[in-house]
Design a protein around this ligand. Structure first.
Ligand SMILES: Nc1nc2c(c(=O)[nH]1)N[C@H]1C(S)=C(S)[C@@H](COP(=O)(O)O)O[C@H]1N2
Ligand SMILES: [Mo]
Length: 405
């Protein structure tokens, strides 16, 4: 344990109640950021005053959808808690008491149980893992043709060190019954409109039993902030964060497929190519993340010095497997050039990894250059967007142009 505040006893004694002050927004508004969304509207307010947060891009206030400005990813591979993107589908409680909190485990189990934080923290060994939490809709706003849903730029992602126990150790407290197939999670948040489905999500049993799938209480050495799911959340490294249920309060073991709304009806994507207007195509749940890479040292359209060396830097990740390489690639379909980048320290297969590249001398404008990540399974970012109607799982090579002057 690197941080004594996150020991088991400290969790129970110290976590207390987390509360969120009511947001008082708009007072210092006036600063906007351009997300570069094709066709616009592309400007979003930069909000310095959301409770518990540094400067964030406001996509929506209630329930909160806050995006991380790309400049944060220049600073390191860990995204600080106060700059980490926030996404709630429905209303989140603004106050949660750790002492009163219980997690009920039921369904296809030998004996249903209701567990305190202490029960959970003592269910097994404490585990730490550095992993990227990325919304399935990250980068959706950049889709062309445009699609509906939150118009995120690429800042609906972040990388943190998560502390918790293995989900499988907690499940063992109830014992799995014969025929257990999936494990479903619910949090304390509730729908804001009557009759709307609660946000519940399930994962297949083989994923639930993985050694790195956690019930986490720590985020970057601090108790989970309320916005990120105090006191407990699910962590599924390599999978989109729609499964990383926050404010975990119920675990239900299913012995059948999951017919609930957020698994059976949404967060799904086509099994093959589709185009706008297509209907009645087969879909599957969106699960594992593809590899991605970003240039963080320069924004699109930035000026660089002609005749001088140029250092390009950024971050990349392998998705559901470690990163194998990152290349700077020229424009065009395979027709261009590629130069291998140097990778920074490896913080594990599910973490951001830095990359850098020095171009010895800039001799011309750099038009539509991109970075392409390839993971250890040989999965490479495609040159063309795999378009889908919900804009899920964006993985296309991201490109910028630099002006030499
Ligand atoms: N309880 C609960 N957990 C949730 C959600 C939610 O609406 N309620 N949204 C999910 C989705 S879609 C995302 S992208 C992540 C966002 O995690 P973050 O806010 O910690 O960045 O939380 C996931 N867990
Ligand atoms: Mo999401």
């Amino acid at each position: 344990m690197s941080d004594p505040r996150l020991t088991r006893r400290a969790l129970i004694a110290g976590a207390g109640t987390a509360a969120l002050a009511a947001p008082v927004l708009g007072q210092k508004l006036g600063q906007f950021i351009d997300l570069g969304l094709p066709g616009g509207p592309s400007l979003r307010p930069l909000e310095p005053q959301f409770p518990g947060k540094g400067e964030m891009i406001v996509q929506r206030i209630r329930p909160p959808l806050l995006e991380t400005p790309m400049e944060v990813f220049r600073q390191g591979i860990i995204t600080p808690n106060d700059r980490f993107f926030v996404r709630w589908n429905w209303a989140m409680p603004t106050e949660v008491s750790a002492a009163k909190h219980r997690v009920a485990i039921g369904g296809a189990v030998k004996a249903p149980v209701s567990l305190t934080l202490d029960d959970i923290a003592s269910a097994g060994e404490t585990v730490e893992i550095t992993a990227i939490n990325q919304c399935a809709g990250n980068g959706r706003g950049l889709s062309e043709p445009r699609v509906t849903g939150t118009q995120w730029g690429n800042g609906a992602m972040g990388c943190a060190k998560w502390t918790g126990v293995r989900l499988k150790d907690v499940l063992a407290k109830a014992g799995l019954a014969e025929g257990a197939k999936r494990v479903r999670f619910a949090g304390l948040d509730v729908p804001m409109t009557t009759g709307a489905p609660q946000f519940i999500k399930s994962i297949p049993l083989d994923i639930a039993m993985r050694d790195d799938v956690l019930i986490a209480w720590g985020m970057n050495g601090e108790p989970l902030p309320l916005l990120h799911g105090f006191p407990l959340r699910i962590v599924v490294p390599g999978w989109f964060s729609t499964y990383w249920v926050k404010m975990l309060s119920t675990i239900e073991v299913l012995s059948s497929e999951d017919e609930s709304h957020y698994v059976a009806e949404t967060y799904r994507w086509p099994t093959g190519p589709v185009k706008p207007g297509d209907k009645d195509f087969a879909t599957i749940p969106i699960t594992a993340m593809p590899p991605r890479a970003f240039i963080t040292s320069h924004a699109d359209g930035a000026a660089v010095a002609l005749g001088q060396p140029l250092v390009l830097e950024g971050i990349a990740f392998g998705g559901d497997a470690g990163l194998a390489r990152v290349d700077l690639v020229g424009a065009g379909d395979g027709g261009g050039w590629e130069i291998p980048c140097t990778l920074g320290p490896d913080e594990g297969p599910y973490a951001f990894r830095r990359w850098s590249l020095t171009i010895p001398q800039v001799s011309d404008n750099l038009t539509q250059i991109g970075v392409r990540a390839i993971n250890v399974n040989g999965v490479a970012q495609p040159a063309e967007l795999v378009w889908n109607p919900s804009g899920y799982a964006r993985g296309v090579i991201e490109r910028i142009s630099l002006r030499a002057q």
